[in-house]
Design a protein around this ligand. Sequence first.
Ligand code: F6R
Length: 364
Amino acid sequence: DKGRHRHFMAKEIHEQPSAVGRVLARYIGADRSRVVSPAEAVDWSAASRVLLIGCGTASFAAHVAKYWFEQLAGIPCELDIASEFRYREAPLDGREVAIFVSQSGETADTLAALRHVAGRVAATLGIVNVTESSIAREVDTVLPILAGPEIGVASTKAFTCMLATLATTAILAGRVRRRLDAAREAALLGEMLSLPRLMAETLRLETEIAEAAAEIAPARDVLYLGRGRLFPIALEGALKLKEISYIHAEGYASGELKHGPIALIDDGVPVVVTAPSEPLFSKTVSNMQEVLARGARVVLLTDAAGAEAAGSEASIRIVLPNIGPEMAPILYSLPVQLLAYHAALARGTDVDQPRNLAKSVTVE
Ligand code: F6R
């Protein structure tokens, strides 16, 4: 049932404040200042590395988690696309914690990667939506992402629920490894607990975002840029746009612009920049100047301070609520989903059933 929405995708985008709220209620204790999670069964202190593995959108959630596990828990991470990991013969020392991220829990490559490491690493963790799935059955520890059924082929609420689940896991690992003290853990969880409210505020920008999407819809190619934790959100924004609008899009780390993709820029290539204000924001502004000088339109997704610092450099500015840098990727997922959704509506494509795609990819 789509309720008041035209598509399952729209319904699922709008369910995100409550879906992420469920994740927070499950993995944050009643005192609202400490993670409580089945991931406490993992010996995080002894872990040599975290391996993060998934496909598509799930791999981008894993990519954000790499920043969290490294910065909040000080654990070296490797990020792999499951179809690469299963064949690349990565050397293992037996002390790794391997995390498999999958909405369906049935993705063939992710399941094969799990079977490849089972018994050869210290622990396997599954971040899954469908708890009656093969991956959920075969991992040592399951962390349900509690998104509820996701019908739209393009993943939306499962992505932000994966992120929220992974963030609590990284915070837990940071506490166990004495990288985060109780005050810092409580502060990070406080940020997370504000997400449902900030996500609801962000969804109220939909009309503005739809206007920006109208600028993107006629384009043949679109670039998405982001740095740090927002780099995977640029990748996810580009994937979402490709999947449902069939517009060619690529996501790049902002610092990579000069190393090739800038050759594509002309007045027909809109550039979407996901950039909350942060210490490196001035570098992002100079990236925008470079593309504007070549005639491109820039859609800047930022906060109030970022909009101020960017001045008139962006053609279109969407101003999101303020959020700390750690949890920004969760909030900034929403406008890139809405951009893709409205670009697809403008193109008249089948949003819930994009051509050539299946919800669950159970063959290699
Ligand atoms: C993107 C999308 C796919 C899936 C990928 C992994 O919108 O839906 O990229 O994310 O096929 O699927 P799961 O998470 O079920 O393993």
